[in-house]
Design a binder for this molecule. Structure first.
Ligand code: MSP
Length: 660
């Protein structure tokens, strides 16, 4: 049966200080697959992701880049190859995207801080301790590892300043109870880590404001202070529902509590500080915090500083979005760490997608086409005397949806996929056992049995297709098109029973859904693409598409291009765009050309330069001045901005020289 409950699920909001890598993508793709699974079951889903944009590190990085912090984060969040674009590319189905710089969030944070202050849980004191700038984390001496930050291993600095504190210690017992006696935090191993590392040594009150930098949300009743980034960031899960603001109203409509999916290094914030904040606010704690593992590279955490970032754009472009999504979910047990490598990615694509699933689909559709012209006869759904292989295929399919459901509900997408692939493998074995090509030799007499065998294969494929949809939505759409599955035959309900596919569905072998990847070639291509991306370090340049309509040669030759030397250049009064050029065009009489390029050049920069102009255009009046020709420039778009460069030629080329 379809479920009708509300399911609210979140990813951690991405911190835009470094480039997004495949580890961030892992977390977001997993949450997306979980959200899509709940939608498939018929639940109402609200899926939130976003960006966590405040803090000293962003302020520092922006300064280094010569930008304001807001310009800096805007570029990374909204710009080309930024956060939003990556989630769009990866087909992430979030319903909402929060930025902690959004006005409504700022308003809510001030409300939350004030509320905790007014109820006595936030008080003023002096902060003395250690601060890890890259992690934006305060540590006590006892928490340091070899004197360094226990999360990233980097040195910490002494810090002392007037600050507000949150009475975290007051909530220690309630948080311990929550962790030890409920299934609030999973996997269970993370509970032990939290208890041993943080609760057993004793929870200290938490410093929740800073005065030494300004890029944060000001405490409205004490504006010299900005709210500690984690208080700001964690609250996003409720501010995005309208808690403390008028922008949304979902909080009051029962969307909270939700499920917070997070990476293991930030479980501490989500499983201790976050529930304590909610307790202080008198609000319910999350339904669940799930702490997934890391994708490791060469045995270590991915990070830009280690120079081993794996670019999700490059991987998705080379292998396809769905193949990448699938690989991430199929290969690594969700709660544990896993070692990422390009070889493993290619191997998974070739084995599971090209061999197992791809072959099942292409062989089955090809045979339905070859033996029955793409449509099976009616009456082929059941077979009076099923053979052992028929029974085994049906049995394996029968419990699949339930096994899949259990795995997905336990946040084990890798196990759910394992179940689906067990049926795919069984179906491929069924082809070998039933040998449809041998049956086809006895046509037309063998037609009923052959049609039944092919129906079974199509039906097994349909069931797998439905359950694979949360992981590979676009490819499954194509697959359903090939095996003739209507939208009503793609639902969760219809995945629960054998025989949902129409017997006479129109089957058509289509494009190969998952082409085999040549390992050596793909690795070499990836390496080259990575070198290009790293070498330039710049977003790609966009140029206008070339015109394909030919221009006849004589027409082209009638255009008179000349080298022209700039004698004078002035801004045109009352125009923001126009520059007025006085040019030596070799005729002995000055030529005047107006050009709309004031935004790109200062007039004085151009005096003395030799440019290129087309000189036989009819005269044109602009702002009361006559323009006799047009200067030629090159245009392209970079970083979302249009750039323009006048074509300048060597001084050795005299004014008036014809260009041909
Ligand atoms: N801004 C905080 C989250 C605040 S949530 C209230 C943050 N941001 S992050 O950009 O550093 O990380 C975003 C997510 O990506 C985190 O869940 C983190 O664990 C995850 N990952 C970052 N690197 C990862 C891997 N190498 N592997 C798997 N997940 C990783 O933390």
């Amino acid at each position: 049966m379809s479920e009708t409950g509300k399911f609210y699920v979140t990813t951690p909001i991405y911190y835009p200080s470094d480039k997004l890598h495949i580890g961030h993508t892992y977390c977001t793709v997993a949450t997306d697959a979980i959200a899509r699974y709940h939608r498939l079951k018929g639940e109402q889903v609200l899926f939130l992701t976003g960006t966590d944009e405040h803090g000293q590190k962003i302020e520092d990085k922006a300064r280094q880049a010569g930008l304001t912090p807001k310009e800096f984060v805007d570029r990374i969040v909204e710009g080309p190859r930024g956060v939003r674009e990556l989630w769009k590319l990866m087909n992430i189905s979030n319903d909402r995207f929060i930025r902690t710089t959004d006005d409504y969030h700022v308003q809510s944070i001030q409300y939350i801080f004030r509320k905790m202050h007014d109820n006595g849980d936030i008080y003023k004191g002096v902060y003395r301790g250690k601060y890890c700038k890259p992690c934006e984390s305060f540590w006590t001496d006892s928490q340091l590892k070899d004197g360094c930050c226990p999360d990233c291993g980097r040195p910490v600095a002494d810090a002392q300043e007037e600050a507000y504190f949150f009475r975290l210690s007051k909530y220690a017992d309630r948080v311990r109870d929550l962790l030890e006696h409920t299934d609030f935090l999973e996997p269970r191993s993370r509970v032990n880590e939290m208890v041993k590392n943080f609760l057993d040594p004793g929870l200290e009150d938490l410093c929740v404001s800073r005065t030494s930098f300004t890029w944060g949300i000001p405490v409205d009743f004490d504006p010299g202070h900005v709210v500690y980034v984690w208080v700001d960031a964690l609250s996003n899960y409720i501010t995005a529902l309208g808690y403390g603001n008028d922008r949304y109203h979902d909080y009051d409509q029962g969307w909270w509590p939700g499920v917070n999916i997070v990476g293991k290094e930030i479980v501490r914030f989500h499983a201790i500080i976050w529930p304590a904040m909610l307790m202080s606010l008198g609000e319910p704690v999350p339904k669940k915090v799930f702490g997934h593992g890391w994708l490791l590279l060469d045995g270590g955490k991915m990070s830009k500083s280690k120079g081993n970032v794996v670019d999700p754009y490059l991987l998705a472009e080379r292998f396809g979005v769905d193949a990448l999504r699938f690989f991430l979910m199929r290969t690594f047990p969700f709660g544990a760490d896993g070692s990422f490598s390009n070889e493993l990615l290619i191997q998974t694509i070739n084995t599971d997608l090209a061999n197992d699933l791809g072959n099942l689909v292409s062989r089955t559709t090809a045979m339905v086409g070859k033996y029955f012209d793409g449509t099976l006869p009616g009456g082929c759904r059941e077979w009076e005397q099923p053979q052992t292989c028929d029974r085994q295929l049906r049995e394996q399919a029968a419990g699949l949806r339930e096994r899949y459901r259990q795995a997905m509900d336990a946040y084990a997408p890798h196990r759910a996929l394992e179940e689906v692939f067990a049926l795919i493998q069984r179906a491929n074995k069924y082809i070998d056992e039933t040998m449809p090509w041998a049956l086809a030799k006895d046509l037309p007499g063998s037609a009923p049995r052959l049609a039944h065998v092919l129906y079974n294969l199509l039906e097994a494929t349909r069931l797998c297709g439905i359950l694979l949809t949360p992981f590979m939505p676009q490819s499954m759409d194509k697959l359903f098109g090939q095996i003739g599955v209507s939208p009503q035959q793609r639902t969760w309900d219809s995945a629960g029973a054998w025989g949902g596919l129409s017997e006479t569905a129109a089957v058509a072998k289509g494009e190969n859904l998952f082409p085999r990847v040549d390992v050596e070639q793909a690795l070499a291509e990836l390496e080259r693409a990575e070198q290009v991306a790293q070498g330039s370090g710049k977003p790609p340049v966009e140029v206008e598409p070339q015109l394909t309509q030919p221009v006849d040669f004589d027409t082209f030759c009638r255009s008179d291009f000349r080298a022209v030397k700039v004698k004078d250049c002035q801004r045109v009064k009352k125009s923001e765009k126009l520059l007025c050029f006085t040019l030596d065009d070799g005729t002995g009489t000055d030529r005047q050309i107006l050009s709309g390029i004031a935004k790109y050049y200062q007039p004085e920069q151009l005096v003395g330069k030799t440019l290129v102009a087309i000189v036989n255009l009819p005269p044109r009046k602009m702002m009361g001045l006559e323009s006799n020709g047009m200067l030629i420039s090159a245009v392209h778009t970079q970083d979302g901005e249009e750039r323009l460069n006048l074509i300048m030629v060597d001084d050795a080329i005299p004014a008036g020289a014809k260009l041909c």
